[in-house]
Design a protein around this ligand. Structure first.
Ligand code: NAP
Length: 260
């Protein structure tokens, strides 16, 4: 496969680093371009770096575009006159519809929403979830190939419609930021109320999040079962839960309204 990535920011670098980690560079071509060329020029010499998106597009069969959402259409407009009819575009901008893209490019287009939780790490090469949403004209072969590629470093799921894509984006792509924010805030409050350092508490919370997520993810306990194992009647966990039962539903309700 000759895969081109336009935009080497959070997502472009996530995909490129993962492809490198799973051995993609051994029998495939990886092309990269970025607005600021300095960001990519010293990367692995096996990666072809392009100063021009058009030159990258001419040398790629699959083009993955990971620029900020407001810039997506402009980039597609820039490369569209120079690409073959069968070139397959994949982008990571959930807010842009296939209809908007069809105004400037009438070939095959898919959207994939990766998650920063798929960042490669030493102990877990495959992590996080990538959500695919394919336009109806995308061939089965293209779907299989791109999903197969992403499944080497993440769990792949597909959305059947745009509403599901939005909900899944919140659950898998926004959620890492919410978890990081909640953990850091929690650590700060505990630091203020104890003699412990922020760093220590933050580390303990991350270990607890990780091990609890493992129990839930492996279905060793369901959520109610786990809650019952921790919360004893009149104990402090139960007091905390009573408070959260009152406060959190409205916060989550308002949060989801802001996101979708
Ligand atoms: N971040 C996430 O966790 C996440 C998850 C799922 C989906 N997404 C979506 O993925 C897209 C990219 O997000 P991101 O967080 O990766 O953004 P980002 O970190 O800002 O990266 C965007 C990259 O695109 C480059 N760029 C901008 N215009 C360009 C152009 N005309 N030609 C070539 N390169 C160009 C920028 O170059 P410079 O170095 O010059 O700035 C930058 O490196 C967005 O639509 C976002 O909503 C993000």
């Amino acid at each position: 496969m000759r895969l081109g990535i336009i935009g080497y920011g959070n997502i472009g670098s996530l995909i490129s680093n993962n492809l490198e980690a799973v051995g993609f560079l051994e029998d495939n071509v990886l092309n990269l371009s970025n607005r600021s060329f300095s960001k990519i020029e010293s990367l692995d010499s096996r990666i072809n770096k392009f100063e021009s998106n058009v030159d990258l597009a001419k040398s790629s069969d699959v083009i993955f575009i990971s620029v900020k959402s407001p810039d997506l259409i402009e980039v597609i407009e820039e490369i569209a006159p120079f690409i073959e009819d069968e070139t397959y575009l994949v982008h990571s901008s959930a807010g842009i519809s296939f209809k908007d893209i069809a105004n400037v490019y009438d070939g095959q287009v898919s959207c994939v929403i990766p998650s920063i939780s798929s960042w490669p790490s030493e102990n877990n090469q495959k992590s996080g979830i990538s959500i695919f949403y394919h336009d109806e004209n995308v061939s089965m072969e293209n779907r299989r190939n791109i999903e197969g590629l992403f499944s080497k470093f993440s769990k792949v799921i597909t959305a059947d419609n745009y509403d599901d894509l939005e909900a899944l984006t919140v659950a898998t792509s926004c959620m890492p930021a919410f978890i990081a924010f909640a953990t850091a805030l929690f650590a700060k409050e505990l630091e203020r109320n104890s003699n412990l350092s922020y760093e220590d508490i933050y580390g303990y919370l991350n270990e607890t999040n990780y091990s609890t997520a493992n129990l839930l993810n492996q279905d060793i306990f369901g959520s109610d079962e786990l809650i019952n194992k921790v919360a004893t009647k009149n104990g402090i966990t139960q007091k905390g839960l009573d408070y959260l039962y009152n406060e959190l539903p409205l916060i989550y309700n308002n949060l989801i309204k802001k996101l979708m």
